[in-house]
Design a protein around this ligand. Structure first.
Ligand code: TPP
Length: 653
């Protein structure tokens, strides 16, 4: 627990009420210090949280939370919210295994009104809450807090369309820092900039009167309100020109998101207005820490840093900045794609607001006009890729595995059904670590492998990833996907020259038992092959002849290889870092059923429950996917099915 002065007295937002402005400002400084200390050790979404410190204090000050609902978009900016709502004592466990989440979680606090991690949900969820409130005849307020980046997501417009029609009492706060992860782009971002730079005043008088008529309070309060509103109205009102006004939602702003007094004043004004209101708040991402203010993009999230110098230090060994000579899978993907694009000008790349995260910024430096950043709009990314493929382009859509869930129907309906040659590069597949269940990429195999005509691959190392990028680029017959994890690749040598392609649907035998009988074959998928090889070694030392095969393709499966393994080995074990239901192991078992397999099979992977946050190593251990855990489970299966093995051979208990 860090040293705190004010925060230890704030056990709930009620303790903020009545504090003087200077005290609230001291609390803001203290919050920033604690966020910096914690993120420097645990990593986290640093710049987004620093940008909303004053806004968060003002919201909890002016509203009556948790009866009044706060619905955060993405939820990566809620560190101040956590510190003010009874979690200051446990804040040092942020993002650690068994610690508090880096995102709002309903089961963590009554103040976390809606669980989140993916973008653009807040307005929609808040509307649902406002409608439920009205049905129950209650009076609590509902506030959605949505970033300008999140506002590039289509779900926001579906919600706004509904809000402007139903017109419930609710407040939408547009937290505009001009940044998504990278600088925000797109027509809506241009519109927000127009609103900030062209404050139009022509209807302010009527608007002020209109607003006052809609305030339910009476007497002196209304007079105060009217006087203060008259004073500040000039800076607040941008009438009709806004997209929101045209949709039936009253627009107010822009206001300075770091002026605590001004924020409290405006929130106290608008909190009881009738109908839907959008308050445009200008904030600075990374506010209050020199390095993050200067470069908010690279400080959006990090894995640890030195506060005094701003130097990044990776708290997760095995990923990102450790082992400097080994590239990340992301880098290998991007560099290989760039290489291939030199020779094939049909190749274009699409990102959903993650140019840097997917490595496509490298591609864009070489081919600036061949990268399309569509905003946080995964469905549109995939559907527009389908259109491009219809017209002869070879689009590569690079999206994190968990965000690709948003585009499920587009993959089926717009791409696969029409057999269009679109490539899906699924980054951050498998366990991502401290971001937890909203971000683990563990469902992709299940949601992709059931789609007809879609080829699905996973590389075990960087050389295989290069080959898969090339295989996909050369594949003309329909859609194709490859999934690869966050962080460092294995560090194997990479063949010089253009990458070779892989024959579709072929696995690769990595090791076979030499002097022992063929007892166990581990069929693995992806980089978890490293753990399979290590487990085979442990089993071999215990006298259990174990082979390891990298199946490479979930779809189509290498059936001839499967048949051969089924004949030669007594126990087939599938190994994957994705969900077991519907996953790679299921695929193998279905295929084994078809070839009338009468031996034993064991599926190892992630069980049918939510995988919480923690380092990837810790999560592998907890789920029995580390080499010893794998060996132990295989030995247990051998004991169960072939009891004779039990006592003579003890593996890693
Ligand atoms: C569906 C989805 N796609 C991508 C992301 C990755 N992502 C996290 S935050 C972010 C940018 C959000 O920008 P904004 O809403 O303006 O918030 P800020 O970080 O600027 O405070 C993106 C693209 C996500 N969380 N969800």
């Amino acid at each position: 627990m860090q040293e705190t002065t004010w925060l230890k007295k704030i056990t709930s937002p009620k303790d903020l009420k009545g504090l003087r402005l200077e005290t609230l400002e001291s609390i803001a400084s203290e919050i920033r210090r604690i966020i910096a200390q914690t993120c420097s050790r645990n990593g986290g979404h640093f710049a987004p949280s620093l940008g909303v410190v004053e806004l968060t204090i003002a919201l909890h000050y002016a509203l009556n939370t948790p009866e009044d609902r706060l619905v955060w978009d993405v939820g990566h900016q809620t560190y101040s919210h956590k510190l003010l709502t009874g979690r200051a004592q446990s804040f040092h466990t942020l993002r650690l295994a068994d610690g508090i989440s880096g995102f709002p979680r309903r089961n963590e606090s009554p103040y976390d009104n809606f669980g989140v991690g993916h973008a653009s949900t807040a307005i929609s969820a808040a509307l649902g809450m406002a409608l439920a409130r009205d049905r129950r005849g209650e009076k609590n307020r509902v506030v959605a807090i949505c970033g300008d980046g999140a506002m590039t997501g289509g779900l926001c417009y579906e919600a706004l369309n509904n809000v402007g029609y139903l017109r419930p009492d609710m407040l939408i706060i547009l937290n505009d820092n001009k940044m998504s992860i990278s600088p925000n782009i797109g027509a809506i971002s241009r519109h927000f900039n127009f609103l900030i730079t062209n404050q139009i005043y022509n209807r302010s008088k009527e608007t002020a009167e209109d607003l006052m008529n809609r305030v339910p309070a009476v007497g002196k309060r209304v007079v105060d309100f009217s006087q203060r509103l008259e004073r500040s109205i000039k800076n607040l009102i941008v009438p009709e020109e806004t997209i929101f006004e045209k949709m039936g939602i009253r627009y107010l702003g822009p206001v300075d998101g770091h002026d605590m007094a001004g924020l409290i004043e405006i929130l106290e004004h608008v909190r009881d207005l009738k109908g839907p209101i959008l308050l445009h708040v200008k904030t600075t991402k990374g506010k209050g820490y020199e390095y993050s203010e200067l470069d908010p993009e690279s400080w959006h999230s990090n894995y640890g840093f030195k506060i005094s110098t701003g130097e990044k230090v990776d708290v997760n060994p095995g990923s990102e900045s450790s082992a400097p000579l080994v590239p990340t899978y992301t880098e290998v993907f991007s560099e290989t794609l760039t290489e291939l694009a030199e020779k094939d000008d049909r190749i274009v790349a699409i990102t959903a607001a993650m140019a840097k995260g997917t490595g496509l910024d490298t591609f864009a430096r070489r081919f600036p006009d061949r990268l399309y950043d569509v905003g946080i709009a995964e469905s549109h990314a995939v559907c527009s890729a389908a259109g491009m493929a219809c017209e002869g382009l070879r689009p590569v859509v690079a999206i994190y595995s968990s965000f690709m869930q948003r585009a499920f129907d587009q993959i089926i309906h717009d791409v696969a059904l029409q057999k269009l040659p679109v490539t899906f590069a699924l980054d951050r597949a498998g366990l991502v670590g401290d971001d937890g269940p909203t971000h683990h990429g563990v469902f992709d195999i299940a949601y992709l492998r059931m789609i007809p005509d879609l080829v699905v691959m996973a590389p075990r190392d960087e050389e295989q990833l290069r080959r898969m990028v090339a295989t996909a680029a050369a594949y003309e017959d329909g859609p194709i996907a490859y999934r690869y994890p966050r962080g460092k690749a294995v560090g194997v040598p990479v063949e010089a020259g253009p990458p070779a392609t892989i024959e579709i649907g072929t696995g690769d035998i990595l090791s076979e038992p030499q002097e022992m009988g063929k007892k166990v074959a581990i069929l693995s998928l992806g980089p978890i092959a490293t753990n399979a090889l290590a487990a085979a070694k442990i089993l071999g030392q215990a006298g259990i002849g174990t082979g390891v095969v990298d199946m490479r393709f979930v779809k189509p499966l290498d059936r001839p290889l499967l048949s051969r393994l089924a004949q030669e080995y007594d126990l087939l074990v599938t190994l994957e870092d994705s969900c077991l239901p519907g996953g790679f192991g299921s695929a193998v078992n279905e295929a084994l059923g078809e070839i009338d397999f009468h031996k034993r099979a064991l599926t190892l992977g992630l069980p049918d429950r939510w995988i919480e946050q923690g380092s990837v190593e810790e999560l592998f251990l907890r789920n029995g996917l580390d080499p010893r855990g794998i060996a132990r489970q295989i030995e247990e299966a051998l004991e169960k099915h072939f009891g004779a093995w039990s006592s003579a051979h003890t593996v890693a208990k």
